[in-house]
Design a protein around this ligand. Structure first.
Ligand code: ADP
Ligand code: RBF
Ligand code: MG
Length: 298
């Protein structure tokens, strides 16, 4: 991934977690450190400037050898006065993962290329996106913003006419999804990692409904295109192809997964449904159901 995309995600992550991240930063987050110069060009979005959030800032020009040499990580550990083995590196590139391991550090990879996690075998863990970072797995304090198995997000909006999907959801799984065209949403989709999300769905003639959705490649079916597949949590008597569907996505549940059987995929999706239904009753999420965006008829 080009670094600007990653910076956007980092910025959001930092905005959400910035206090908690300072604890993380006492260990090492290599790619945050690498990109701090980019942050400084961003308008300040919190009372504490980016720079103050870091105990050590180091540039590639301050070491002799670039990655995959471990030099830059070892230098950071030295400046932090900590043992490399107590450091956690978060990396999006293969040379970075190699460098982190060579420094004797634990490494979480967030691959920049989709669908290629197998290339990152050196990493201690490969995650799909920063939304899946779990500091507690590494002896660090957990992020405390998960609520009822969901991660609240700054809401985002997608709308358009319901298009034909694969015709698989309802027939094979008993889980129909009202697909939206991805046309015009390229940048929005690249901003948001694939995964299972939830929120509210508005159909102009029918009302507003709870919704749980997958965005991505549906590994079980090995799709080649990223799709947007909301399951409206309501029993409809008929299909509504062509009708204008408006979505407000308010939270994240989990990354997409592959499953050894169709049965386990179905069970997981039903569990997602339960998580979404309960979360959407919280005021934090229920307040969006009256948003005029859901009711527009254009
Ligand atoms: P599938 O999702 O089964 O792979 P499609 O996407 O082509 O196949 O068709 C699903 C259609 O089912 C939706 O477009 C919509 O018109 C209809 N539908 C009926 N009930 C629901 C529901 N609860 N949620 C989403 N779509 C539904
Ligand atoms: N497909 C997958 O291959 N892996 C998943 O983890 C996955 N999670 C889903 C979660 C929800 C809430 C929904 C509605 C669908 C999910 N699907 C997943 C996609 C499902 O396979 C999709 O509805 C069918 O591909 C129908 O086209
Ligand atoms: Mg569908």
């Amino acid at each position: 991934m080009e670094s600007s995309g990653m910076d956007g995600k980092l910025k959001k992550l930092l905005e959400k977690h910035h206090l908690k991240l300072q604890v993380l930063l006492l260990k090492i987050m290599s790619y945050l450190v690498q990109r701090v110069n980019c942050f400084q060009r961003l308008p300040p979005c919190s009372p504490i400037s980016w720079k103050e959030s870091f105990s050590v800032i180091i540039g590639g020009d301050e070491v002799r050898l670039g990655k995959p040499s471990p030099e830059i990580f070892l230098e950071v550990a030295k400046r932090l006065n900590v043992d490399p083995s107590s450091c956690l590196v978060i990396e999006d590139s293969l040379p970075g993962v190699t460098a982190g391991r060579a420094a004797g550090m634990e490494v979480v990879a967030v691959p920049s290329i989709p669908k290629q996690p197998h290339l990152y075998t050196l990493a201690d863990e490969v995650i799909n996106s920063l939304l899946d970072l779990r500091p507690e797995k590494w002896g660090l304090p957990p992020f405390q913003d998960w609520i009822k198995d969901t991660l609240p997000l700054e809401p985002w909006h997608i709308g358009g006419p319901v298009v034909k999907g694969f015709g698989r959801g309802s027939k094979v799984l008993g889980i129909p999804t009202a697909n939206l065209s991805t046309e015009g949403y390229g940048s929005l989709l690249s901003e948001h990692p694939s995964g299972v999300y939830f929120g509210w769905a508005g159909l102009s003639k029918r009302g507003v409904f709870k919704m749980v959705m997958s965005i991505g490649w549906n590994p079980y079916f090995n799709n080649t295109e990223k799709t947007i597949e909301p399951w409206l949590l309501h029993n409809f008597d008929e299909d509504f192809y062509g009708e204008e569907l408006r979505l407000i996505i308010v939270g994240y549940i989990r990354p997409e997964a592959n499953f050894s059987s169709l049965q386990s995929l179905i069970e997981k999706i039903h569990h997602d449904r339960k998580v979404a239904e309960e979360a959407l009753d919280l005021p934090l999420f229920s307040k969006y159901k009256d948003d005029p965006y859901l009711k527009s008829s254009t």
